[in-house]
Write a protein that binds this ligand. Structure first.
Ligand code: XUL
Length: 607
């Protein structure tokens, strides 16, 4: 049963923005507002693209004080837009994954006794940015773009016998940005601050804590982005805790800092704190629902079915699926599903996405790309170039043009920044390196390259699909591909995405406004507050989902012949990656950090 007057809020605390949105019981969007960190607070905090960097050590971090300012400001903006907070029955939020926040011993007291006449920042983070007397034991939170922890990652990978075992147990091999390696580095680099740290939050549980007025538990899905949580057991792994904490006798202390994680992703953490009731007029029984990571939250923006895939095309690219099959591998991530026990979230996360495409686009707009940042020429060339740049008059076994486009160091695979181009002959299996200088074919080839990488790494998750119209059995591929993020507005990307990845039902785009991640959080609040006992998220949201109003089909998916041709290209792509990795062997895994993402193309940044 829907509640006619009730409103639900969702927040998305990402690298560059805090968004707040409001939906009703029927999932319709009513209000949205955002705070842009650089535009609103750039000068005060000295940040660029939401973060500060220390390139010498590969560090990327941000001050939580800035996020506190943003919480006040986004609520002020929603109020100005006319949102009546007294109608908000529940809220949830999402935070960029993996970032850690270190609370001081005074945090609980400060959070619980906030004066609604003052701002959050003046009470929780008074003084200069180096002041650690407030609610924070450390003034900065390491960001997911941080690359300072190669040494710690090597220790994490080795701890259980190798990256395969770590991936099997925790869902991922060691990654620079994951909280386990980050906590290990923090403890050794700032022993005093570690000692003064009473609790550790992720960015998601940080936002929940602020709203709740006490340090909130880490969420069941986001906890799997730490390299510390054993997925099978549903508990922290003692050996990994021991490594992060610095000895067996320190494990209990770290456990205390991390706190308990409830199994229910829809857990009601309690009512919103008095501070928000008094300052903004939230009702005293407005529920704070567990907040999760931005990627898990994004898959909640629609009732994603088992064979559907989501591609988030922002600054970075993420590929997300909801699946009941747990098939971990060091090449990708498995995480607990944010709402539904027995399901997992499969994720690929690339640092190079929108920025790499923009670089190619700019080549078409020389000599003044900055004054002409439009996609017209890029799209036109991408759509008129033959698939894989094969010679149209030759057979499908003609050479294919493949490339790796990494203006930034990449995670998938772990490779330095660089450009590589090869031709691949699908008959002879031969690869030949060619010049990596710009060629107009790059417009098509870069999209193909990004999609081939997704297809290569997700093929174990998809199965043969039947075409609902013709009844024909189709090769393994997603049922639908949903595009979200800035790049989803680009028709050339949508079309080539469908050609490479397939999708028996086609390629779709969310057409509901707002932003997928914040919507997912708001929907989680709707589900958590209105579910019947045992009712799943998929069931409740699926029942209220307005297919015609909320999504739009933007491109065909599976095309016979084309899909199979790209199947051959996947083999060449895999070999090309291996070859490049072998050649770059000695550079592999080195910290090339200090990496900061650029603006998202056309809004809707994922992070
Ligand atoms: C995922 C990841 C990023 C951040 C920010 O592993 O690091 O996608 O969640 O979006």
């Amino acid at each position: 049963m829907t509640s006619p007057d009730a409103l639900y809020m969702g927040f998305d605390l990402s690298t560059q923005q805090l968004k707040g949105i409001c939906v009703d019981s029927n999932l319709k969007l009513h209000y949205e507002a955002k705070v842009d960190f650089d535009a609103d607070f750039g000068e005060k905090y000295g940040i660029k693209k939401g973060v500060l960097t220390n390139p010498d050590e590969g560090e990327v971090f941000a001050p939580p004080a800035l996020w506190l300012e943003a919480v006040n400001l986004v609520l002020d903006r929603l109020k100005e837009d006319g949102l009546d907070f007294s109608k908000v029955r529940g809220l949830s939020g999402a935070g960029m994954q993996h970032g850690t926040v270190f609370w001081s011993k005074k945090a609980e007291h400060l959070l619980a006794t906030l004066d609604s006449g003052k701002t959050l920042v003046e009470q929780l983070a008074p003084g200069s940015k180096d002041d650690i007397k407030g609610a924070f034991a450390h003034p900065m939170s390491p960001n997911w773009q941080d690359a300072s922890t190669q040494k710690q990652c090597d220790e994490f990978d080795a701890k259980l016998g190798g990256p395969e075992t770590l991936a099997r147990m925790t869902g991922s091999k060691a990654h620079h940005r994951f909280s386990g390696p980050q906590i290990l580095r923090y403890r050794t680099k700032y022993p005093d601050h570690y000692e003064q740290t009473a609790r550790i939050s992720l960015v998601s549980s940080f936002i929940a804590s602020v709203l709740l007025g006490e340090v909130a538990p880490i969420d069941i899905s986001d906890v799997t982005g730490m390299n510390l949580w054993e997925i099978d057991k549903g508990a922290y792994n003692d050996d990994l805790l021991e490594l992060a904490a610095g000895g067996k006798d320190k494990v209990a202390e770290l456990r205390k800092k991390l706190g308990h994680t409830p199994e229910d992703g829809g857990a009601n953490l309690g009512n919103i704190s008095k501070y928000f009731q008094q300052r903004y007029g939230f009702p005293s029984d407005c529920k704070v629902i567990a907040c999760t990571g931005d990627n898990p939250s994004t898959i909640l923006a629609l009732p994603l079915r088992a064979s559907d895939a989501m591609v988030s095309l922002g600054t970075s690219t993420t590929f997300l699926m909801s699946t009941s099959q747990y098939k971990p591998d060091p090449a990708y991530h498995f995480m607990n599903h944010p709402t539904t026990p027995g399901l997992y979230m499969f994720m690929l996360c690339y640092k190079n996405g929108g920025l790499a495409r923009e670089q190619v686009r700019d080549e078409f707009n020389q000599p003044h790309p900055e004054s002409n940042p439009d996609w017209e020429r890029f799209n036109q060339v991408a759509l008129s170039t033959t698939e894989l740049s094969q010679n149209p008059s030759a057979t499908e076994n003609d050479d294919m043009r493949l490339g790796l486009y990494f203006p930034r160091p990449e995670i998938v695979p772990n490779l330095r920044a660089g450009q590589w181009r090869y031709t691949y002959n699908p008959t002879t299996n031969q690869l030949r390196e060619i010049s990596a200088d710009f060629a107009p074919d790059d417009a098509r080839n870069i999209i193909e390259s990004q999609m081939l990488s997704l297809r290569l790494r997700s093929h174990r998750l998809v199965k043969p699909e039947r075409d609902a119209h013709t009844g024909a059995q189709r090769p393994s591929q997603p049922r639908r591909v949903y595009l979200v993020g800035g790049g989803s507005a680009n028709p050339a990307i949508a079309r080539i995405c469908g050609e490479v990845l397939g999708g028996v039902e086609g390629v779709y785009k969310l057409d509901i406004g707002g932003n997928a991640c914040a919507l997912g959080s708001a929907y989680k609040a709707v589900w958590a507050c209105e579910r019947k006992p045992g009712q799943t998220f998929e069931d409740l949201i699926g029942g209220r989902w307005d297919e015609a109003g909320f999504v739009k089909r933007v491109a065909d998916g599976y095309k016979e012949g084309t899909f199979e041709r790209y199947g051959k290209a996947v083999r060449g792509f895999e070999q090309m990656e291996k070859l490049v990795l072998e050649r770059e062997g000695e550079l592999r895994g080195q910290s090339t950090g200090g990496v900061v993402m650029d603006d998202d193309e056309g809004g809707g940044a994922v992070a």
